[in-house]
Design a protein around this ligand. Structure first.
Ligand code: PMP
Ligand code: GLU
Length: 403
């Protein structure tokens, strides 16, 4: 009998990817499934970016490249990070990985040792705790609440620090809540990190999906005190509709980044030149595609929130960023379906897929059992039709009377 590691060997599959895959399969069978589980833009990669990838193939860019990524892309990334306020950022303090996931994974692998603690504000993206587990670390949750707009409470953060605290993962705009952390809160988090010597991984993958009047500010700009401890993570997946190209990057202290590059040289090698040259075209090309997507997402966000808030006892705050809404559906966890008590967001999500043909991700996987995540990375028509089915389904459930 094989025995597996209790760290990486004990992980379950990513539910966001699994539910999206089930929804895609159902759609391929002709079932009209609302694709609200999607963690990726429904838009196609812009043509000029695709062309750069095609040209790279024609030019024979099909060999191994440097483990850190292509120098020209690293230089463009350094320019972006410096432009966002990371003073002193240079190409040799960056690395290119297979998606932002690759960056996060390597970053945690090289800083954590057995039992080191990582502060993770919740609700959180489901892969953070799994990556921490795979690096033999331990998550310490720092709860944020819907009534506070999911803003991190610095006092709560301070109270969670122990002698084992090694790192903190920040994600603004955040998945699954869409919350943007205010400037002063990020600055305070920077001061706390500097005071306690805590490494900060700031996942800024939803940077360009911040909706006016809210605006994006990089943690690097807001927390100069913590600069020597900060790794910024970003990439082209969400902003340029390039999820399948698998390009993300990190920028931070040289010692941290160099160790990640060395690990990448053994574990993965640098990502394909083809994808990197397409990402370079994205970063150095026109900004219209970003603006056009932002405008579309902003309009869909409103349609989604209005439709969900019209359902009795569903409370859906309007988030400032990303392309998810995270309504509180806890009233329906007390309901029953054909005599079966629902109880969990996981069961509710299964029933929604089966009976309302709406694929959503249960809050359980984001450490928030009272909610479900709806992505609005789909057409307005999909949103209207799908939420109407969800409304019919929820209102058909048997609910306990208050009498
Ligand atoms: N961070 C967050 C918060 C995400 O939602 C995602 C989406 N998958 C990622 C990182 C990973 O992005 P990538 O596809 O570039 O690996
Ligand atoms: N980040 C997206 C999501 O949360 C994409 C899927 C994934 O990589 O987890 O759905």
């Amino acid at each position: 009998m094989l025995e597996f590691s209790r760290y990486a060997g004990g992980l379950a599959e990513s539910q966001t990817l699994a539910i999206s895959a089930t929804a895609k399969r159902m759609r391929a069978q002709g079932i009209d499934v609302a694709p609200f589980a999607a963690g990726e833009p429904d838009f196609d990669t812009p043509d000029s970016i695709k062309e750069a990838g095609i040209q790279a193939i024609r030019d024979g860019r099909t060999k191994y490249g440097p483990a850190a990524g292509l120098p020209e892309l690293r230089a463009a990334v350094a320019t972006c990070l410096a432009g966002a306020g990371y003073d002193g950022m240079t190409a040799d303090r960056t690395l290119i990985c297979p998606g932002a996931k690759g960056v996060l994974f390597l970053a945690l692998q090289v800083i954590l040792a057995d039992g080191d603690e990582v502060l993770v504000p919740t609700p959180c993206w489901l892969s953070y705790p799994k990556m921490v587990q795979a690096a033999a670390g331990k998550c310490v949750w720092v709860e944020t609440k819907p009534d506070d707009g999911y803003v991190i409470d610095p006092d709560r953060l301070r109270a969670a620090i122990t002698p084992r605290t090694k790192a903190l993962i920040l994600n603004s705009p955040g998945n699954p809540t869409g919350a943007v952390q205010p400037d002063d809160v990020q600055a305070e988090i920077g001061r706390i990190a500097a005071e306690h010597g805590i490494a900060v991984i700031s996942d800024e993958i939803y940077e360009h999906l911040t909706y006016a009047p809210a605006r994006f500010r990089s943690f690097a700009a807001l927390a100069p005190d913590a600069r020597d401890l900060t790794l910024i993570v970003n990439g082209v997946s969400k902003a340029y509709a390039m999820t399948g190209w698998r390009i993300g990057w990190g920028g931070g202290p040289e010692a941290w980044v160099q160790r990640m590059i060395r690990l990448q040289s053994h574990a993965l090698s640098g990502p394909p030149d083809i994808s990197q040259l397409a990402a370079l075209a994205a970063l150095t090309g026109p900004t219209e595609p970003l603006e056009a997507m932002n405008t579309k997402f902003r309009a869909r966000r409103q349609i989604m929130c209005d439709a969900l808030n019209a359902i009795p006892d569903v409370h859906c705050p309007v988030p400032d960023g990303a392309f998810y809404v995270f309504p509180d559906i806890s009233a329906y966890l007390e309901a029953s379906h054909e005599g079966e008590p629902i109880r969990t967001s996981t069961r509710l999500a299964q029933l929604m897929l089966e009976h309302a043909h709406a694929a959503v991700v249960p809050g359980d996987v984001f450490e928030a059992p009272y909610a479900v995540r709806f992505s609005y990375a789909c057409s307005s028509e999909d949103i209207r039709r799908g939420v109407a089915r969800v409304a019919d389904f929820l209102t058909s459930l048997q609910r306990p009377t208050n009498a």
